[in-house]
Design a protein around this ligand. Structure first.
Ligand code: CAA
Length: 696
């Protein structure tokens, strides 16, 4: 008997208590402990109760074991052995029964849970499918439709919903051991024995081909949900043993796929990204109240995110009309949440009365612990605001700018306390988007950096450290891959072909549809700002400026790369844009050439990887994983590739270098290869090696 599963005989019931903190993942020792516990119980008990110690039942297989040689006993065999026990086996669930955790519960004969428990099969989020009987046993208790929903979405359901679906037999308030023992003793008193799920009748089939096709379309390149549907199909046509074999075969296909590697990279690194060695032992400053300068879309979004995190917020606008407009924006967003059932009316009232206030005077900021400036993107404006903040804010207050590209060092220098100044770059809409770039300037104090990360955590954002450069990590890399796309358009690809190729790669939207959504005037302003610093070797295109000069800014004006009709989702290609592009090609004497979807994806991704490698090499991003998380959480990068630098590792860094060098023959300036990439290839290393602390 291992310590990972404690065994205790209480009267006639053998209690198997998993003890593998923090989440009772089903690692080898736990699996072995469960097996040994069941066998011992069969010699001396009349029923078996399985529970979890600490905060949860089993949260699933141990993900750290994935990709390593599997160790016996295997989880599917443990579940089957539990199901075949001669004694009635009961699971009593608290916390989360996820993945292999729910599969263990489905291997037991009876399942009860406390009301706060949740269950789910989230394997598709890891690029795999439930591999320990979940696709075979769940449809036998909950039907095919519920199973498909749970497995293809990877979502969690509440105990009440699980009871309604037939996954649970009862929901009881109380301590899991106590309610489990009562249930087990009732089973014994009623003379009930084992009730194996695998022996329940096969569920009724549905039109699986249609469901598979729909899942492939929805997955945008991600294969796990559609593959899981084929496993569920097997439950309808086979006995348990055959169905389990089919599930195993499909599971192994996914387990060996690069998508599984990409998804697991994302899982661990979204947790690792905020654990910076430099912050070890550094306590954040206490933040209870914040000020937000500006009540526009960004300021209102930041205000809502802060209010929902339980902070008091004072919003500052320039005059009483702007104060009212900003306050209306905040209440409008929160009322929308009330309407959608995401926020209770009581909580809304409490926030608006006790948490939120607005003023046209900076003096209202005298007591706040942190200020986020979300005003107009112009250095003069920012400097004036920070000088004012320096005047009114208390000693120790953190002064943050939400600038998306301006020099935070220069902003800090306009105060007498540069150590308290930091960049906190939110993404719009700030109450929705998960990414927060914490921009660390030369003199920013470590506890101010820690405060930025603590604020991000309180707001449930993925916070990533960035150094100072134009555009920080995300917008700097975006500028490069957008330029690459613009070059392809000049050379012969249409913006629509590029959007199609990149959505086929897995992005939710292509770059030109995104530009239309964000507003073409934003890119236009950036190009004008950067024009004086432009290198003469840079290839520039002017069609995007021309469409702006004609007053078309994308979705908000009804026309951009696409034409938008009121009431219709999405747009249709704008022939005027194509005419502008073709005129420019003629003017520049460019002979149009064809690009396949693969050509487009490869160039776009190589441009992204090359700039990302430079960002890492310059120390703007601390590690490759920081870049990956920025692109995943702020730029719609497909999670199943893990991020651009994980994608590069999966392709092989040598092949990326080869392609960049071949593109450089056409345009040596744009395709100047990252030195880090060259060093990695020369040393035979990967970006993952750098994440693990190696250097080249
Ligand atoms: N294996 C290994 N480690 C795990 C884990 C797992 N299944 N689940 C969580 N952890 C680790 C996390 O990496 C984290 O480690 P660090 O503290 O070192 O960063 C720690 O446990 C705590 O996790 P969270 O910070 O995420 O804690 P939380 O309270 O916010 O969330 C949770 C808890 C809901 C369980 C969440 O961790 C989660 O969703 N885990 C993944 C669950 C999952 O995907 N299960 C399916 C596994 S695949 C499977 O079971 C395959 C199969 O069919 C056989």
């Amino acid at each position: 008997m291992t310590n990972a599963v404690e065994y205790q005989l209480i009267d006639d019931v053998a209690v198997l208590r998993a003890n593998n903190p923090p989440v009772n993942a089903l690692g080898q020792a736990v699996r072995a402990g469960l097996l040994a516990g069941v066998m011992r119980a069969e010699g001396e008990a009349k029923a078996i109760l399985i529970i979890g110690n600490g905060r949860t039942f089993f949260a699933g297989a141990d993900i750290k074991e994935f990709g390593k040689p599997p160790q016996e006993p295997f989880l599917p065999d443990v579940c089957t052995r539990i199901e075949q026990s001669t004694l009635p086996v009961i699971s009593s669930i608290h916390g989360t029964a996820l993945g292999g955790g729910l599969e263990v519960a489905l291997g037991t004969h009876y399942r009860i849970a406390v009301p706060s428990a949740k269950v789910g099969l989230p394997e598709v989020h890891l690029g795999i499918l439930p591999g320990a009987g979940g696709t075979q046993r769940l449809p036998r208790v909950a039907g095919v439709e519920n199973t498909m929903d749970l497995i293809t979405s990877g979502g969690h359901v509440t105990a009440a919903d699980a009871l309604a679906m037939g996954i649970l037999d009862a929901v009881e308030d109380g301590d899991v051991e106590a309610i489990g023992l009562t249930f087990a003793n009732q089973i014994l008193a009623q003379g009930k024995g084992p009730r194996p799920v695998g022996q329940l009748p096969r569920p009724d089939p549905i039109d699986f081909d249609t469901a598979h096709a729909a899942a492939m379309k929805k997955g945008r390149g991600q294969i796990a949900p559609a593959t899981a549907i084929r496993a569920i199909e097997a439950a309808c046509h086979n006995d348990l043993a055959e169905g389990l074999q089919r599930e195993r075969d499909l599971f192994m296909t996914l387990m060996n796929s690069p998508q599984r590697e990409g998804m697991i990279h994302a899982f661990f690194n979204e947790r690792a990204v905020s654990k910076l060695p430099e912050l070890k032992g550094i306590a954040p400053r206490d933040v209870q109240s914040i000020g937000v300068i500006g009540g526009g879309t960004m300021g209102a979004g930041i205000t809502v995110a802060a209010l929902l995190a339980g902070l008091n917020v004072v919003m500052i606008e320039r005059d009483s009309d702007a104060v009212k407009a900003g306050s209306d924006r905040v209440s409008g967003i929160l009322q929308g949440s009330v309407k959608r059932g995401k926020l209770s009316q009581g909580k809304y009232d409490a926030i608006m009365v006790g948490g939120f206030s607005a003023s046209d005077s900076y003096d209202a900021l005298g007591d706040v612990d942190l200020v986020i400036e979300a005003a107009f993107e112009e250095m003069g404006v920012k400097k004036a605001i920070f000088a004012e903040l320096d005047r009114v804010c208390k000693t120790g207050a953190v002064l943050a700018s939400n600038t998306s590209y301006l020099d935070v060092n220069e902003i800090a220098a306009s105060t007498s306390r540069p150590a308290d100044v930091i960049g906190l770059h939110f993404f719009s809409p700030a109450h929705v988007m998960k990414l927060l770039e914490v921009v660390v300037a030369d003199q920013t104090a470590p506890d101010v950096v820690a405060t930025g990360f603590a604020l991000g955590k309180a707001m449930r954002k993925t916070a990533v450290r960035s150094g100072v450069c134009d555009g920080f990590i995300g917008n700097r890399i975006l500028k490069t891959y957008r330029t690459c796309a613009d070059h392809m358009v000049l050379d012969g690809a249409s913006p629509f072909e590029i959007d199609d190729a990149m959505t086929a790669f897995g992005f939710a939207m292509g770059p030109y549809a995104v530009a239309d959504l964000a507003g073409l005037d934003i890119g236009w302003a950036t190009r004008k700002r950067l024009a004086p610093t432009r290198d003469p070797r840079e290839r520039i295109s002017t069609y995007a400026d021309k469409i702006c000069e004609a007053g078309h800014f994308g979705q908000k004006t009804g026309k951009g790369y696409y034409v938008y009709e009121k009431g219709k989702r999405g747009g249709t290609p704008n022939p005027e844009m194509m005419a502008l592009i073709e005129a420019e090609r003629t003017e520049l004497g460019i002979t149009q050439r064809a690009f396949t979807a693969e050509d487009i994806q490869r160039r776009y991704m190589c441009a992204m990887v090359n700039e990302a490698a430079k960002v890492v090499d310059e120390g703007i991003a601390a590690r490759p994983l920081d870049v990956d998380m920025v692109l995943l959480f702020g730029y719609g990068f497909p999670r199943h590739w893990g991020g651009p630098l994980k994608w590069a590792d999966l392709q092989g860094v040598q092949s990326i270098l080869d392609d960049i060098e071949s593109y450089a023959k056409e345009d040596a300036y744009f395709w100047e290869c990252s030195d880090l990439l060259k060093r990695l290839v020369a040393a035979g290393k990967t970006f993952e090696d750098l994440n693990m602390g190696e250097t080249v």
